[in-house]
Design a binder for this molecule. Structure first.
Ligand code: SAM
Length: 294
């Protein structure tokens, strides 16, 4: 355990970096959380139990790892930066609970398998946060507690007809139950980012199969393609991906079934409306697939 590194002191971190001849890398979103209160809040939201398997994304110097390592039997940390991999092995390698996964979490997350339902923790690098969150549906998890850019948290939880309601809002609300737990100001990080962050917790909804997700993705891509256009313009004219196998008739039936008025815009509709529409389309597609074999 890094007893001699004060995670709350920018001066201590600066000295530590200087001694190793490294510095935080912006393109990897290396803004270290120097606010002990925020770290404690994140850890307490996870409600860790000894038998839990915790996956930490981007542990960096291990500020949050250090708070969690004694609380669980398995802590699996995903870190891309070689310098931090060395530091983490040094600090935590002697803990039987600790396991470090080297490389890009966007590749290693779904490659790494476990039989257990996991909990997820991460002060996510801003530039890959939404891509990482999309990976979560490939791994059953009980709860994820994340620190992300405030705007992204607002986008994920935005309601229909609000300015930041987007296809990603629909996608997130179809897959997760989400709750925000307060804003974290730039001075809680070293180096300080330019933007506010927010703590958000996610729980996976169990109802969505991989095929339904794929159909929903295709539907959302076209529905939200032109924000100023009506759904008729976006949906009927731009059938792509899985939607290209579906006739316009079925497409219109699916929209009617879901209660979608094609003269409105995509941001008018609640997430469950898109999910219903995707479900109807998927059912139609599987009946087309099975009739082609009969
Ligand atoms: N958890 C530490 C903290 O809170 O102080 C560091 C968080 S820092 C915002 C983001 C961390 O994610 C860095 O350690 C960075 O190297 C790592 N990272 C960035 N891109 C990554 C990727 N694609 N895969 C895995 N780790 C990544």
């Amino acid at each position: 355990m890094p007893d001699d590194l004060d995670y709350d002191s920018p001066a201590a971190l600066q000295n530590f970096f200087k001694a190793l001849n490294i510095s935080p890398r912006k393109f990897l979103g290396q803004n270290f959380l120097i606010n002990r209160g925020v770290r404690e809040k994140i850890i307490s939201l996870l409600n860790l139990q000894k038998e839990d398997e915790l996956w930490e994304i981007g542990p960096g110097l291990g500020a949050m790892t250090a708070s969690a390592i004694d609380k669980v039997d398995h802590l699996c940390a995903f870190e891309i930066d070689y310098a931090y991999q060395q530091i983490l092995e040094n600090f935590f390698g002697q803990y039987p609970a600790f396991r470090l996964i080297h490389g890009d979490v966007l590749k290693t997350f779904s490659e790494h398998k476990t039989q257990k339902t996991i909990k997820i923790l991460g002060n996510l690098p801003y530039n890959i946060a939404s891509a990482v969150i999309q990976e979560f549906i490939n791994q059953p998890f009980e709860i994820a507690v994340l620190l992300i850019q405030k705007e992204l948290a607002h986008r994920m939880t935005a309601q229909p007809r609000k300015k930041n309601y987007s296809s990603f809002s629909v996608w997130c609300q179809c897959h997760f139950d989400m709750k925000t737990h307060g804003i974290v100001r730039p001075n809680s990080f070293y180096p300080a980012p330019r933007v506010d962050s927010m703590i958000i917790s996610l729980r996976l909804k169990n109802t969505i199969t991989q095929q339904l997700t794929a159909m929903l993705n295709s539907l959302l891509r076209v529905a939200f393609a032109g924000r100023r256009k009506t759904l008729r313009n976006n949906l009927v004219r731009a059938q792509e991906g899985r939607l290209r196998h579906i006739s316009q008739d079925i497409f219109l039936q699916a929209c009617a079934h879901a209660g979608i008025n094609l003269n409105k815009r995509a941001e008018e509709y609640e997430p469950h409306v898109y999910l219903n529409c995707a479900y109807y389309l998927l059912e139609s597609l599987s009946s087309i697939d099975s009739s082609s074999f009969s």
